[in-house]
Design a protein around this ligand. Structure first.
Ligand SMILES: NC(=O)c1ccc[n+]([C@@H]2O[C@H](COP(=O)([O-])OP(=O)(O)OC[C@H]3O[C@@H](n4cnc5c(N)ncnc54)[C@H](O)[C@@H]3O)[C@@H](O)[C@H]2O)c1
Length: 361
C-alpha cells in the first residue's frame, strides 16, 4: 500500500525532521547530512537483515557503513554494550563529523542515542525506529540512556537526533503484543492533546491495530505531532514536557513491582486508567471522560486493571519515582480531554481508593 510521506519538524535549538511513510530507506542519506563519511549502524540481533539493508544502502551511496550488532531488548541498554560500540567507533577512526544510526525498538534507539551523545562529546544520530513505541515515543524527543544494576535509564543525556525515519513497513513483523503496547502511548497522546486519535480508535479498532491500514499511519502521525510539539517547546522536561508522563507515575510503579517483566505500554495502559480514576475522585474529570480511558484501552486489548494486593509496594514505588517532587506525590491529570493539569499531594485515602477502582481482585 502506498502512503504519502509525512514530514514533521521538531523545533528547538537544533530542529530536525521526523519522516513517516513506507519504503523510506532512501531518505536516510539526506537526514545524515552532507558532511558524514562514516556511519555506525546499531541494530539488535533480531533485525540483522534490516541492519544489513541499511548498511548496503549507505555503502551504495558512497558512505563507509559499519554494523554494530547488539542484544535484543533491554539487554542492549548496558554500559558493556555501550563500551562495545565505543570500541568499534574507536577502531574505525570515527571523527566528529561522522554519525550513528539506531535501527530498532526503543532500547536500541536509546542506546544508539547515548553512544552518539558520548562519542567525542557528541556526534549526529539518526534514528530508524522499528517498533510502534519507538516511532511515537522513544526515538523522538532526544532522551537517550542506558540502565544500571540499580535501575532503568539512570545514565543518559539529552541528545536530539539529526532526523528520525519512521518506515511503517517495519511494523509488518512486529508481534501484535508489541504493536498494542505502542498504541497505549498513542492513546495517551489522544487524551492529553488530540481527541481525534481517540475517535479514530473508537470508530474502527481493527484498522487501528492493522499495520497496513491508513488509520494506523494517521495515528502514528498524530502521536508524533503531539510529541514533537511538546518537546519542540520544552526539551528538558521542565513543565510542559511533564504532560507526556500522563499515566506514567502509576505505570512506572507497576513496572518496578513487576520487575520489568511487563511491557511498558501495558503498564502505561493501567496507569492511564488509574490516573483517570484519581481525577474523577478529585472532581476534575467527568464520569464519561474517565470511563472513556478504560473503554478505549480495553478495545485495543490492553490491560485496564491490576492485581489488588500490591498497594504498599506501588505507593512506595510512586514516592520514589524520579518524576515526583520531593516527598509530594504529583500527577498529571486531565480537567477534560486535551486539558492536562496537575494534582499535587492528593489525599492518601483517595490514592488508595483509585487503586481499588482499578483492582482486578
Ligand atoms: N527515550 C525515550 O524518550 C523513551 C521513551 C519511551 C521508551 N523508551 C525506552 O524504549 C524501550 C522500549 O522500547 P520498545 O517497546 O520498542 O522495545 P524494545 O526496543 O525492547 O523492542 C522489543 C523487541 O522487539 C524487537 N523488534 C524491534 N523491532 C521489531 C520489528 N520491526 N519486528 C520484530 N521485532 C522487532 C526487538 O529486537 C526486541 O526484542 C525501553 O528501554 C524504554 O526505556 C525510551
Amino acid at each position: 500500500m502506498t502512503t504519502e510521506t509525512v514530514r514533521i519538524t521538531v523545533e528547538g535549538d537544533a530542529p530536525y525532521d521526523v519522516l513517516i511513510g513506507r519504503g523510506l530507506l532512501g531518505e536516510l542519506r539526506g537526514l545524515l547530512g552532507p558532511k558524514v563519511a562514516k556511519v555506525l549502524v546499531v541494530h539488535p540481533r533480531a533485525l540483522r537483515s534490516t541492519g544489513e539493508a541499511v548498511r548496503d544502502d549507505l555503502t551504495a551511496q558512497g558512505l563507509e557503513a559499519i554494523l554494530a550488532e547488539v542484544p535484543d531488548g533491554e539487554e542492549a541498554k548496558t554500559a558493556e554494550v555501550a563500551a562495545f560500540c565505543w570500541t568499534v567507533l574507536g577502531q574505525s577512526d570515527f571523527t566528529r563529523s561522522d554519525a550513528v544510526v539506531g535501527v530498532g525498538g526503543g532500547a536500541v534507539t536509546d542506546l544508539a542515542g547515548f553512544v552518539a551523545a558520548t562519542w567525542l562529546r557528541g556526534v549526529r544520530v539518526v534514528q530508524v525506529p522499528t517498533t510502534l513505541l519507538a516511532m511515537v515515543d522513544a526515538a523522538v524527543g532526544g532522551k537517550t540512556g542506558i540502565n544500571t544494576a540499580e535501575g532503568k535509564n539512570l545514565v543518559g543525556s539529552f541528545h536530539p537526533p539529526a532526523g528520525v525515519l519512521c518506515d511503517l513497513d517495519a511494523l509488518d513483523t512486529l508481534p501484535p503484543h508489541d504493536l498494542r503496547a505502542g498504541l497505549a502511548e498513542v492513546v495517551k497522546c489522544g487524551f492529553i492533546a488530540d481527541e481525534r486519535i481517540l475517535e479514530l480508535v473508537e470508530a474502527d479498532v481493527e484498522a487501528a491495530t492493522d499495520p497496513h491500514s491508513p488509520v494506523l499511519a494517521e495515528l502514528v502521525e498524530r502521536a508524533v505531532r503531539v510529541k514533537a510539539r511538546v518537546v519542540g517547546e520544552d526539551l528538558k522536561e521542565s513543565d510542559l514536557r511533564e504532560i507526556l508522563n500522563y499515566g506514567h507515575t502509576f505505570a512506572h510503579a507497576v513496572e518496578l513491582v513487576e520487575r520489568y517483566q511487563w511491557r511498558h505500554g501495558a503498564a502505561v495502559s493501567v496507569g492511564l486508567c488509574y490516573v483517570a480514576e484519581l481525577a474523577r475522585m478529585a472532581g476534575r474529570l467527568s464520569d464519561a471522560d474517565a470511563d472513556r480511558h478504560r473503554d478505549v484501552l480495553q478495545s485495543l486489548g490492553l490491560p485496564t486493571t491490576y492485581r489488588g494486593d500490591r498497594w504498599p509496594q506501588l505507593l512506595d514505588a510512586m514516592k520514589r519515582d524520579k518524576k515526583s517532587r520531593g516527598a509530594l506525590l504529583r500527577f498529571v491529570v486531565l480537567d477534560g480531554i486535551g486539558r492536562p493539569s496537575r494534582l499535587e499531594g492528593p489525599d492518601p485515602a483517595m490514592l488508595q481508593a483509585a487503586y481499588s477502582e482499578i483492582s482486578s481482585s
